[in-house]
Design a protein around this ligand. Sequence first.
Ligand SMILES: [Zn+2]
Length: 120
Amino acid sequence: MTDRCPNCNAWIYSYDKGHECPPLWLVQCPEYDDETWDEVYAVAAEYAAESWAEEHDRNCSYMMLDGETIVVRVKRDPNDGWCVDNIMMPGTDFKTFTCSGEAVPTYTAEEIVEETDDNN
Ligand SMILES: [Zn+2]
């Protein structure tokens, strides 16, 4: 039995009793909107940028899969309680990332059931 965390939207398995949401980041894309910072839960700034870019690209006809890149800024949410040495401290200046996409080929196989010939 799985469910999604109402907070960070991560999959939570019934045997996973100790779910803790990852740090909260704020992501902004100055090319599109230099006012709004969107909230993204991720284990690191880089993954927050990737997650934001993926969601953005889904809403923009997958331009990034055609080679477009976007630049985003990522900073810690100043109100987030996470405090880990190897990630940026809340409220510090943003980091800047260039985001690009790549389409991964996927192959599927589906059995074709031959129709039986009733005339024989
Ligand atoms: Zn969560």
